[in-house]
Write a protein that binds this ligand. Structure first.
Ligand code: NAD
Length: 438
């Protein structure tokens, strides 16, 4: 099939490369010339394991191309994916301007009947709005399919190629069949393609993200109680995760969730509740708990140093909102760094891949180090914010010697606190046994 993908960043780029890799002829579109130029040179614009290889393979075999030209991409397409951003507006509602603009551009560029697939995460009723745009601007019939994406940054390629399920919202049997055919290579082991109405598909995506965010905020609340009572949250997690009704996923406590999806999607539900007059107390609380949780690590640091960080140097290990990505959208590290700077600290940051991105947020207000060990030299504390694998087992002996004050603030509970304390560190986790001070 000939496929156009509008929006070529995290989601659009993964969709375009994975579909090209199954033999389709794919053109990705973006409005940013620098993205299009870089991708056409075979350079990935985002850090995502496995993506560069897929990109170069499919560019060189001619099945994949990127362009700024919506007309060129859409005129030749059987299917057009909309994968542009749907960020939060200031009031917590979804900023629909990119999606609606892209829909209008596609409607005007279509030269034949087209299946339009809304890949972006969009509020309930969006497919109807897109249908209306096509009715007003396009003389050719268009089927509007809602096909939310569940990939996770860091494992995006694997997630897209091996989805737990594919959700297809449409009122057209033909469009549903077309989507089944498109996804067939990825669901060969029996994972379902679930056909439903557009509105059901739209709400399914928000419900999935809100439930996962709820588990995280719930566990963070339990971790705070664990701190207060001297309980080890790991025991509690194991104790409940082994209950098959609960399961083990998304039960790790830490410094809160971030990224481009959970924060905005949870707020979007609150906003949908306001719009419809439906109470959304649980998701409202999830957002508030998460905002508070992002400040908890900084509060521990401040308590440890009696509220004064002037003349203190704090190393922050990990800036991306999670490992294996350079994405810092709504990352907990951003809240922590601002807290530390506001308290007068000298802040040294490090991350395996997100330092360029970090510059956009912190500029010259912090010092950048490419190595975690170098970042810690002379530091009064190390704050672990992103659980990158190489941070799990640093040379703790060398670390202790190189720091000015040997204090570890483990925002992801990846270190064994008892061992660190035995080695002479002051150690503070998130609901795990910690040193007395802090
Ligand atoms: P993004 O903002 O990183 O990328 C969107 C891209 O679209 C940008 O490169 C932008 O320049 C481009 N764009 C904007 N308007 C355009 C237009 N009119 N024509 C062509 N290109 C245009 O967003 P993302 O993270 O890729 O997410 C896209 C959608 O997928 C969002 O709705 C998001 O909620 C959803 N989603 C994201 C993830 C994720 O992990 N990032 C996972 C699942 C779903």
């Amino acid at each position: 099939m000939k496929i156009a993908v509008i929006g070529s960043n995290y989601v659009g780029l993964v969709v375009a490369t994975c579909l090209a890799n199954t033999g389709h002829d794919v053109v990705g579109v973006d409005i940013k010339p620098e993205i299009v130029a870089k991708l056409n040179r075979g350079e990935s614009t985002i850090y995502e394991p496995g993506l560069s290889e897929l990109l170069t393979t499919n560019l060189s075999n001619g099945r994949l191309l990127f362009t700024l030209d919506h007309y060129m991409a859409v005129a030749r397409a059987d299917i057009c994916f909309l994968a542009v951003g749907t960020p939060s507006a200031d009031d917590g509602s979804v900023n629909m301007s990119h999606l609606l603009t892209a829909a209008a551009q596609v409607a005007e560029a279509a030269t034949a009947p087209l299946t339009v697939v809304i890949k972006s995460t969009v509020p309930v009723g969006t497919a109807d709005r897109v249908r209306q745009i096509f009715a007003e601007r396009c003389v050719h019939p268009a089927e509007i399919v809602s096909n939310p994406e569940f990939l996770k940054e860091g494992t995006a390629i694997a997630d897209f190629q091996h989805p737990d399920r594919v959700v297809v919202g449409t009122n057209s049997d033909e469009a549903a069949e077309q989507m089944r055919e498109l996804y067939a290579p990825f669901v060969r082991t029996g994972h379902p393609v679930l056909a439903m109405s557009n509105r059901s598909a739209e709400l399914t995506k928000y419900a999935a993200n809100a439930l996962l965010a709820t588990r995280i905020s719930f566990m963070n609340e339990m971790a705070n109680l664990a701190d207060a009572y001297g309980v080890n949250i790991h025991d509690v997690r194991r104790g409940i995760g082994t209950d098959r009704r609960i399961g083990t996923s998304f039960l790790f406590s830490g410094v809160g969730y971030g990224g481009s999806c959970f924060p905005k999607d949870v707020s979007a539900i609150s906003h949908m509740g306001q719009e419809t007059g439906v109470s959304t107390q649980i998701v409202n609380a999830v957002t508030q708990v998460n905002a508070d949780q992002k400040r908890k690590l900084g509060e521990k640091v401040l308590r440890y140093f009696s509220g004064d960080l002037t003349d203190r140097t704090i190393a922050v290990w990990g800036l991306a909102f999670k490992p294996k990505t350079d994405d810092m959208r709504d990352a907990p590290s951003r809240v922590l760094v601002e807290q530390l700077l506001a308290a007068g600290a000298t802040v040294v940051v490090t991350d395996p891949v997100a330092l360029d991105e970090a510059w956009h947020h912190f500029g010259d207000r912090v010092r950048y180090e490419t190595s975690a060990m170098t970042a810690a030299v002379g530091a009064d504390a190390v704050c672990l914010v992103t659980e990158w694998q190489p941070y799990r087992f640093p040379d703790f002996g060398a670390l202790k010697v190189s720091m000015r004050t040997a204090a570890l603030f483990d925002g992801r509970n990846i270190w064994d606190g008892a061992k660190r304390i035995a080695e002479g560190f002051d150690y503070f986790g998130m609901g795990t046994p910690s040193s007395d001070r802090g």
